[in-house]
Design a protein around this ligand. Structure first.
Ligand code: ADQ
Length: 465
């Protein structure tokens, strides 16, 4: 069985892994030989061309350092000010500085040069996310002939949003150099296929661009998930119970509506609070008996658009407080910090409503984690954006258009009024879907498709056949 090399922008750090994804990939790596390759988090004037290997909590990690200017162009620049907003259809929030592409390309070349000397011919390489689209091209230019797969964690854009990205044709050519391109949802594969079938009309000079040949690359949807049964156990763990007790003391009889997100404009946070404001304005019966808790730790806060989202959220939370708070009742709590998974699991279980309303999202793991954490005898209700990849997995959630705050307010009303039996029926179907699309199945399915003969399951199957 070939080794597995996972490549992502950052490698997992010491201590308990923060996200389900890191836990799942760690588990995959623990089952076979290989290592995880990525940026160390260090910025230096003259990075070594050699990767540093170390063992972190039993996981072999190889890291390189970057220069500050390269990192800026690659990370805050091309990746997060061009690709992220464009792929989320927010061209209004993109900063198109074409020169960032050079830094983006340079960092991908640096990754490839540092990785190549450590590759064996039968290694399987699994590259993660939009920061590293050119990596297969760069490795292949240096002579690598390995099976290389790519997984896009964010949505694939519509063709015209893609055309707005500088060098989009080169990026698509880069994608065609992977053996397998995995996406979150059928919607993404459809958008990709539309691009592949009707490629770039013409260049500035009016000459048709040479179209990209995708015939050697396979593209398919591999929806990511969480470990719902692990969340079910976590939600009743001592650490979760401690958090639940703390919050229950302040909530008393109020029903909790919970949002948990990175502070990002794609998550629809101001619209969500506005929907809650409409719920309170439209129906006085929900005042004093409901409470919205939004947990949203800052992310990418060196980027202006993220600071603006944070300001917008501050403003609307302040407005709702000013409009509805009373000396002995506050309608919402807004917490700008990260919590460990046990605390989150406890809060998910305590919540009557999980409010997951991104404007656009690759998948949204919070939806999966919320479902996993519920009490089967008295579950909460998932209110879910139809523009999250999760909408394809969880059709039994209450589905909303997050741009339509009247509709979201109505969905909140329905969720808060929903009888217990209907909550149980809906949750039972949601939990079955969360189990079917677990993160373990996701990584197994992707690797099985990327390198059918080399995964442990198929090897065992062949031996026992
Ligand atoms: P994200 O945009 O980060 O991920 P999401 O899928 O919701 O979005 O994952 C967030 C993760 O961070 C969850 O595991 C959640 O528990 C955790 N988290 C959020 N807020 C937290 C807090 N306050 N404290 C601690 N942990 C918190 C990108 C894509 C998604 C895609 C994932 C995985 O944008 O669409 O689902 O990758 O592929």
């Amino acid at each position: 069985m070939g080794r597995l090399i996972i490549v992502s922008n950052r490698t997992p750090g010491k201590g308990p892994a923060a996200g389900g994804l890191a836990v799942a990939l760690r588990k995959t790596l623990a089952e076979r030989e290989g290592f995880w390759f990525g940026w160390s988090g260090k910025l230096v004037d003259a990075p070594s061309s050699e990767a540093r290997f170390e063992s972190i909590d039993g996981l072999t990690v190889a890291q390189i350092d970057l220069t500050r200017p390269d990192h800026h162009a690659y990370y805050a620049g091309f990746s997060n000010s061009i690709l992220w907003p464009s792929f989320h259809l927010r061209l209004d929030l993109a900063t198109i500085e074409g020169h960032w592409y050079e830094g983006y390309r340079a960092v991908n070349q640096q990754f490839a040069r540092a990785l190549l000397p450590h590759l064996r011919p039968d290694d399987i390489i699994w590259v993660h996310d939009y920061h590293l689209i050119p990596l297969a091209s760069e490795l292949r230019n240096l002579g690598a002939r390995n099976r290389i797969g790519f997984y896009l964690h964010i949505p694939f854009p519509t063709a015209d949003a893609l055309y707005a990205i500088p060098h989009h044709n080169e990026l698509m050519r880069d994608l065609s150099r992977y053996d397998l391109v995995g996406m979150q949802a059928k919607r993404d594969v459809a958008a990709f296929t539309e691009f592949a079938d009707h490629q770039s009309p013409s260049s500035i000079s009016g000459n048709p661009l040479k179209s990209v040949d995708f015939s050697r690359s396979e593209t398919a949807a591999f929806p990511i998930g969480s470990d719902p049964d692990a969340f079910a156990s976590l939600a009743v763990s001592p650490a979760a119970t401690k958090m639940v007790k703390r919050v229950e003391r302040t909530l008393r009889e109020q029903r909790l509506i919970l949002g948990v997100d990175r502070l990002d404009y794609s998550k629809g946070l101001p619209q969500r609070v506005e929907a809650y404001e409409k719920l309170l304005a439209n129906d006085a019966r929900f005042r004093r008996v409901t409470h919205l808790m939004q947990i949203a730790p800052p992310s990418r806060d060196s980027i202006k658009e993220y600071q603006e989202t944070s300001d917008a959220l501050d403003a609307i939370c302040g407005r709702v407080m000013g409009r509805f708070a009373e000396p002995d009742w506050s309608p919402l709590t807004y917490v700008k910090r990260a919590y460990g998974q046990p605390s989150l699991a406890g809060l998910y279980r305590l919540a009557r409503v999980g409010l997951v309303t991104p404007l656009r999202d690759g998948m949204n793991l919070v939806a999966h984690e919320f479902v996993g954490s519920q009490d089967p005898a008295n579950p909460g209700v998932l209110v879910l954006s139809r523009f999250a990849g999760a909408a394809e997995i969880f059709p039994d959630a209450i589905m909303v258009n997050p741009f339509d705050t009247d509709e979201t307010a109505e969905a909140l009303r329905m969720a808060l009024d929903m009888p217990r039996q209907e909550r149980i029926d809906r949750w039972t179907t949601l939990m079955a879907a969360a189990r079917k699309y677990s993160v373990d199945n996701w990584s197994r399915n992707f690797l099985e498709r990327l390198a059918p003969a080399t995964t442990s399951d198929s090897a065992t199957a062949r031996k026992t056949a």
